[in-house]
Structure formats: structure tokens, C-alpha cells
Design a protein around this ligand. Structure first.
Ligand code: UDP
Length: 239
């Protein structure tokens, strides 16, 4: 842990939906604000790695339903994540934060390949590392990749920013007005209750490997700062 907060090293998962501000493509104002928040915590000494989603461009399963081969559609989805990575990299560097993008699909002109030990080295040097192209494998999601990267680079926690929800509730808040948000829950219970706020694979991988996951809402001011500094936000899912 750093003097300023609970966590020394975090993996932050940002969904593509956040980048798009609800539309297709990248909303520069949104990405600039994400960069501002990441820069603020990075300057307090927390090592930040980011896993970026791509749902603002393509989701493989959706394209597949419209007739594109699933694996090819998934590759399109992965390529979309890289555009988000480059946008975030640009806004971070405009703030003077050194960054490296590492992609699971090699594309030497725009990013480094994913090399876990090098990623750790970048973090130790105070660079923000942005992971793109998911796992480089169809049929995976960036939620699962966020957990895998967090485990491999030995992060203290994986922080999942979500659109439209601010945590886990006792019941579906859209259907049940008495539903209340829970501050903590075990990953085992999340799995058993079939929660869909993150992928079951992501919950299971955390649970099996002793990694804590925070699920928190993207909406609102400074939610990324609160999450990274270990302040009270969202729901903490514990192994
Ligand atoms: N994807 C994939 N393998 C991965 C990560 C992502 O095939 O390891 C594809 C998949 O088609 C997915 C898309 O990339 O729908 C975008 O990622 P995701 O849906 O996880 O992004 P988010 O919902 O977080 O925006």
C-alpha cells in the first residue's frame, strides 16, 4: 500500500461503453476526464494498469448474430479496444503522464506486444500501462482479461468500472424498489447468485486465485479516483 491509499498496484477495467459516452466511437471529453483521474492517482504513487474494452465499436457476439463469423467478429472487437487505448494514451500524455500500450495482438507501429515482466517494469518506473486487444483470443471478454492481467502482474485488486449500475444490489433495483446496494459480497456468492455485472469467468478466476474485485459505477464525478484510492464506492467482491 502507498502512503496515500490502500493499493500499491491496481488493474482498472474501463468498458468501451464508457469511452463512447453511449455512442459509437470515442468521446474525447470522456476520455480526457478519465485521463485526468488516472493522472491524479498515478501522481500519488499508485501503479495503474488499465484494461480497455471495446463495446463502443464492436461486440463479437452482436456482429455474429448479424451474420459475421464469430471468431472474425471477435477479432474486430479486439481491434476496437486498441483505438480506445490510443485515445487514452494520448490524453494521458497530454497531461505529461508517461504511458505504454501493450497489445495481445502484435502491431509494432502502434504498441508494444504484451510482455508481463516489461509491463511490471513500466509500472515501477511510474508509467501507466494500457492493455489492449483483450487476450488476443476470440470467445474471451475484456472483463476476464482484466482479472488475468491483474493476476499476472500481481496487482492488489481489479477495479471494474460499469455503466448504468453502481454496484451489486440485494435484488434487481429496476424491478424491486426495496433493493439496496451491498458494500461487500463474496465472489462465491456472486457466482452462486448468477450475477451478470461481470462475467462468471472473471468472478471464478478471482475466487480461485485469491484476488479481490471492486465493481463500481462509471457515472458521477471522480469515480475512478475513488476506486483506485480504495475509498468507499461500489461493491467489493472478496475471495
Ligand atoms: N474480445 C475477444 N477476446 C478478448 C477480448 C475481447 O474476442 O480477449 C472481443 C469480443 O468480441 C468483445 C469485444 O472484443 O465483444 C469487445 O470487448 P468487451 O465486450 O469485453 O468490451 P466492453 O464490454 O468492456 O466494452
Amino acid at each position: 500500500p502507498t502512503p496515500s491509499g490502500k493499493y500499491r498496484r491496481v488493474v482498472l477495467k474501463l468498458s468501451g461503453e464508457v469511452f463512447g459516452g453511449g455512442k459509437v466511437g470515442v468521446d474525447p471529453d470522456v476520455v480526457a476526464d478519465l485521463a485526468r483521474q488516472i493522472a491524479a492517482v498515478q501522481q500519488q504513487g499508485v501503479q495503474v494498469a488499465v484494461v480497455v474494452g471495446g463495446g463502443n465499436f464492436f461486440r463479437g457476439a452482436e456482429l455474429n448474430q448479424r451474420g459475421i463469423d464469430r471468431a472474425r467478429a471477435d477479432y474486430m472487437g479486439m481491434l476496437g479496444t486498441v483505438m480506445n487505448c490510443l485515445a487514452l494514451q494520448d490524453f494521458l500524455e497530454q497531461r505529461g503522464v508517461e504511458t505504454r500500450v501493450q497489445t495481445a495482438i502484435t502491431m509494432g507501429q502502434v504498441a508494444e506486444p504484451y510482455i508481463p515482466r516489461r509491463a511490471i517494469r513500466h509500472l515501477e518506473k511510474g508509467r501507466v500501462v494500457i492493455f489492449g486487444a483483450g487476450a488476443g483470443m476470440p470467445y474471451f471478454t475484456t472483463d476476464t482479461v482484466a482479472v488475468q492481467r491483474a493476476l499476472e502482474i500481481k496487482a492488489d485488486v481489479v477495479l471494474m468500472s460499469k455503466n448504468g449500475v453502481d454496484g451489486v444490489y440485494t435484488a434487481d433495483p429496476r424491478k424491486d424498489p426495496t433493493a439496496t446496494k451491498v458494500d461487500t459480497m463474496s465472489l462465491a456468492e456472486a457466482l452462486q447468485r448468477g450475477l451478470t455485472i461481470a462475467d462468471a469467468a472473471a468472478f471464478a478466476m478471482c475466487d480461485q486465485n485469491g484476488l479481490t474485485m471492486l465493481v463500481f459505477g462509471a457515472e458521477g464525478a471522480d469515480t475512478v479516483v475513488h476506486a483506485i484510492l480504495g475509498e468507499k464506492i461500489g461493491t467489493l467482491l472478496t475471495p
